[in-house]
Write a protein that binds this ligand. Structure first.
Ligand code: CA
Length: 240
């Protein structure tokens, strides 16, 4: 029986976090984002936003209100960027708060919307940022001590370059661009199709086996998810 893989579509569902304490606005936003096909999580205060963003579930975009209870949006943004997470962030600010917008952008926000705003405009900005993210505006991925620079085509552990073949680099890049997410064998094979030799499922297993040995010193693991593919992460074994 052939192995089953999730379809490309199911793997490509984009995940958005909305951090907004205004219930009406949050409900309206999440409803419209869900209708546009995004998976949406909502939190109502800054502390919850910080917690969910530091968890192992990756988001493709964050819509962040600045005036949040428990912890303001600036602090959430600062802690997000300090933890080296490059997820695009759109901040929501009040009309008369130009200083806030400047501070937000300085702290690493990618865009802002002034309240009250039009939903179609926000959605257009969400699409633009997600597109940009997919084109690799943030081409250095890191997981534990392991980094992958997709422009320089270089993987390193604590700054020391790893000796990898071109194919190992391609497989590693596919995994590192989706840290914590399942990447199917099909998707890995697609990465290798550009090379002249025929790529097979067995070849993928060989590359994974070699990569595991090479990245082990970084405390990073490539886990096999039976029937689905592989996930790269640096979680301790107890929480897997
Ligand atoms: Ca607010």
């Amino acid at each position: 029986m052939p192995l089953k893989f999730p379809t490309r579509e199911t793997l490509k569902i984009m995940r958005i976090l909305i951090a907004e304490d205004d219930e009406v606005l949050a409900d309206g936003l999440s409803q419209s984002m869900r209708q546009s096909g995004y998976a949406v999580d909502c939190v109502r205060d800054g502390l919850s936003a910080k917690l969910i963003l530091s968890g192992d579930q990756p988001f493709d975009l964050v819509i962040l209100d600045l005036g949040l209870p428990k912890m303001d949006g600036f602090s959430v943004l600062r802690s997000l960027r300090e933890s080296n997470r490059q997820v695009p962030v759109i901040i929501l600010t009040a009309r008369d708060a130009e200083g806030d917008r400047v501070k937000g952008l300085d702290l690493g926000a990618d865009d802002y919307m002034i309240k009250p705003f039009s939903l179609p405009e926000l959605e257009a900005r969400v699409r633009a940022l997600i597109r940009r993210g997919q084109c690799g505006v943030n081409p250095v991925y890191s997981c534990g001590a392991l980094t992958f620079d997709s422009v320089g085509r270089r993987a390193a552990i604590s700054g020391a370059t790893l000796e990898l073949t071109t194919r190992e680099l391609s497989v590693l890049e596919a995994l590192m661009s989706r840290i914590g997410w399942v990447v199917s064998k099909e998707q890995l094979l697609e990465r290798l199709y550009s090379y002249s030799e025929e790529a097979s499922n067995n070849a993928i297993e060989v590359y994974i086996h070699r990569l595991r040995k090479k990245i082990e010193p970084a405390g990073v693991t490539i886990r096999t998810i039976r029937g689905l593919g592989y996930v790269i992460d640096n979680l301790p074994a107890a929480v897997r």
